[in-house]
Design a protein around this ligand. Structure first.
Ligand SMILES: C[S@@+](CC[C@H](N)C(=O)[O-])C[C@H]1O[C@@H](n2cnc3c(N)ncnc32)[C@H](O)[C@@H]1O
Length: 294
């Protein structure tokens, strides 16, 4: 079986190319990015970055955007930090990140590199071991944890990259937060639930499995009717997290001051089945120096 890491690399390499040829997909992804950006920037006090570069010009605020994609969270936090590094497992995505964000460069360094901190057989990859990859004030993981094999392990590896007192902020989909859209484009009232679960990948380690028994199932035939490619399913480990699940894996990873906020406005998603989904924002602080601000 393909590993989750390989599936992610293949899927997101493919996605970074196809998105350019599929304006409809590009449009709804841009819609998600706009809503996430607006929510994050309007909750910047909650993130802990209320002192911007402008009102704290002498401060160096370093941001690691893990699983950065093309950099939506890098751009959202760009006005509030002084140095941005992205890491992503997909080489074509990293290339897209560096092209897309190159023009932001004059304001402060912003670049991404290819890599993974989540390979348990290589937990400290040499290419990510230089000082520039440590001691971040803030680490983000946007819509990424549902693609990770072991969320608590991922959170713990990212905590190691924070300075004492630094903050991890992640976004992901909320369990029970989906609503169906009908053929006319209308929301199906009363359809709140877990509709993305039709393409849930039943992973061998049982993570995210609805029924709690950790064996492999054949993919749901509902999914096969859509245009969802097999590697899409293979790259997804869980389709959503409950608030408690996120709090638990952050606590297990050693974070304190954990908090979760749910974005009230849902986002439109269409991977062969049109629906609205709910995004949550979670944060946790790396214990250490007792400071509660970045
Ligand atoms: C759904 S995209 C989200 C991108 C972006 N963070 C956002 O918020 O839109 C998930 C990203 O996670 C990356 N990814 C998946 N597994 C990874 C891993 N083990 N290490 C680093 N990046 C990974 C993928 O290549 C992809 O760019």
């Amino acid at each position: 079986m393909t590993s989750v890491a390989d599936a992610n690399r293949a899927f997101f390499d493919n996605m970074s190319q196809t998105i350019r040829q599929d304006p409809i997909k590009a449009q709804w992804i841009a819609g998600i990015n706009d809503k996430v950006t607006n929510f994050l920037q309007s909750h910047i006090d909650w993130v802990g970055l209320s002192h911007t570069k402008t009102n704290a010009p002498d401060r160096n605020i370093r941001h690691l955007d893990y699983a950065c994609g093309d950099g939506v969270l890098s751009r959202a936090l760009h006005p509030y930090v002084t140095d941005t590094v992205g890491i992503d497992i997909s080489p074509l995505t990293v290339s897209s990140y560096n092209t897309t964000n190159a023009s932001l460069n004059p304001r402060h360094p912003i670049r991404a590199v290819v890599g993974s901190l989540l390979d348990k057989s290589d937990p400290n990859p040499v290419s990510l071991s230089t000082p520039e990859f440590f001691n971040f004030d803030i680490v983000t993981g946007g819509l990424a944890f549902h693609h990770f094999e072991d969320a608590a392990y991922a959170a713990e590896r990212l905590r190691k990259r924070l300075r004492p007192g630094g903050v991890l902020v992640l976004t992901d989909f909320l369990t029970g937060g989906d609503m169906l859209i009908d053929d006319d484009g209308n929301v199906v009232e009363g359809s709140e639930g877990d509709h993305y679960s039709h393409i849930r990948r039943h992973h061998a380690n049982g993570h995210g499995h609805h029924h709690g028994h950790g064996h492999e199932h054949a993919p749901d035939t509902t999914a096969a009717k859509g245009d969802i490619k097999k590697h899409t399913m293979d790259s997804i480990v869980v389709t959503a997290f409950s608030i408690q699940e996120v709090k638990d894996f952050l606590a297990n990873a050693g974070f304190v001051d954990i908090d979760v906020r749910v974005m009230p406005e849902k986002v439109f998603v269409d991977f062969g089945k049109k629906m609205l989904r709910t995004i949550m924002f979670a944060k946790g602080r790396n214990p250490g120096d007792g400071k509660d601000e970045l």
